[in-house]
Write a protein that binds this ligand. Structure first.
Ligand code: S3P
Length: 429
């Protein structure tokens, strides 16, 4: 049942510091790769979101031993082989990453399996992974390109795949199939998407070569490792935008992953004249991380976001729309049609809801236009469409609304960021 959530306006600036919880993308991959590595891996700072729990449940059902030694430290012991459960059915919940990456792993197993998802995931396109997996010799049945996916385990052979899409989920699916396929598996994409899979495969000893937009793997065994996960820049984005638009704010966001394939939000904020500083950058478990200082910026200016920008900030676009509403001029977002295939149609739903609070925003086929310097009146009720990032973006808009807003289905934030509201409260003390 959906619980309406009241959002209070903030009267005080946001001050102090917060530590953002673990990166969702990296947490998924850590469980998957640790499950394929024979021996004991330790994952430190694992995500508490329900999406990553879905991945963990799938791999536990596939015979992996997993135990939390404290709230965020996960010990995984694997024989290096996956063992099917009795009914062969693996629920992936709301998580596209769980379904698409696991499909790559299961396509080359010696057993059959079925991946199912919730209502939102069952509407999302799966043809994008079925196509390359089929070219590798995989056999996957779907319901007109949608879940449930019935995967018949087959021996796979490497392919050289030129992907029409820049998608880390498709790329990761193919690479994870590739480490269990004969020959070389190569994936090329139009613009480099997040490269966490490549980095983690390398860190865990796989035979992998990445050169720009092309990456190749060969059949590889993986070495178990300790993996320390940085904070999620996609979660930090809500705090970055809040800090820039709530008057007088000045705070530090600690331990944020700043892998260059994910830092589009920082690039855009700089283009808009926003005050974000990167402090103390360091590298651990193959991934860069840093602290970010964010300060309220009065004179934000609009910008154009397109092409190569998009994969680096695809998940941040809803909250960037909120940021653009406070900037002088028109912000244009294009080349982002795949936003329509996320947990909701993020162009249609975002535009529909943000207009209600007073944001001057129009839909385009592959993005949106925001005409800035809006006064957000609030006093309305917003819908979240089973979409965690919409829920959190609306909350940030609510911080500067003149009147409170109600967000229906706010509990969807638990998908990636159960600590979201608590951390905001820490900055408002
Ligand atoms: C993700 C990749 C992106 C992103 C999603 C997580 C990943 O999706 O939107 O939230 O972990 O690989 P696409 O690969 O569909 O662009």
């Amino acid at each position: 049942m959906s619980v309406p959530k009241k959002v209070a306006r903030v009267f005080e600036p946001l001050k102090g510091s917060v530590t953002i919880p673990a990166d969702k993308s990296i947490s998924h991959r850590a469980v998957m790769l640790a499950s394929l590595a024979k021996g004991k891996s330790v994952i430190k700072n694992f995500s508490s979101g329900t999406d990553c729990q879905s991945t963990l449940n799938v791999f536990k059902a596939l015979g992996i031993e997993a135990k939390f030694t404290d709230a965020k430290t996960l010990k995984i012991i694997s024989s290096g082989k996956l063992i099917p459960n009795t009914d062969n059915i693996y629920p992936c919940g709301n998580s596209g990453t769980t379904m698409r990456l696991t499909a790559g792993i299961l396509a080359g197993q010696k057993f059959d399996s079925v991946l199912i998802g919730d209502e939102s995931l069952s509407k999302r396109p799966m043809g994008r992974i079925i196509k390359p997996l089929s070219l590798m010799g995989g056999l996957i049945d779907s319901v007109e390109g949608h879940a449930p996916l019935t995967i018949r385990g087959k021996s796979l052979a490497g392919i050289d795949y030129i992907s029409p899409l820049s998608s880390a989920q498709v790329k990761s699916c193919v690479l994870l199939a590739g480490i269990n396929a004969s020959g070389v598996t190569t994936f090329e994409e139009p613009v480099l998407s997040r490269d966490h899979t490549e980095r983690m495969l390398k860190y865990m000893g796989a035979d992998i070569k990445a050169e720009g937009r092309r990456v190749s793997v060969k059949k590889s065994g993986l070495i178990p490792k300790e993996i320390e996960i940085p904070g999620d820049i996609s979660s930090a984005a809500f705090f970055i935008v809040a800090g820039l638009i709530v008057k007088g704010s000045d705070f530090v966001i600690k331990n944020v992953g700043i892998n260059p394939t994910r830092t589009g939000i920082i690039d855009i904020v700089k283009r808009m004249g926003g005050n974000v500083e990167i402090l103390d950058s360091r590298i651990l478990s193959g991934e860069e991380r840093a602290d970010l200082r964010v300060r309220y910026t009065e004179n934000l200016k609009s910008c154009t976001i397109s092409g190569a920008d998009i994969p680096k900030l695809i998940d941040e676009l809803p909250v960037i729309a909120v940021l653009a509403s406070q900037a002088e001029g028109e912000t244009f977002v294009s080349d982002a049609a795949d936003l329509r295939n996320k947990e909701s149609d993020r162009i249609f739903c975002l535009v529909k809801e943000l207009r209600k609070v007073g944001i001057d925003i129009d839909e385009t086929p592959d993005g949106f236009i925001v005409r800035g310097k809006n006064i957000l009146r609030g006093g309305v009720e917003l819908e979240t469409y089973h979409d965690h990032r919409l829920a959190m973006s609306f909350y940030v808009a609510g911080l500067i609304c003149k009147e409170e807003i109600l967000i229906n289905g706010f509990e969807w934030t638990n998908i990636s960021f159960p600590e979201f509201e608590k951390l905001f409260a820490e900055l408002s003390l």
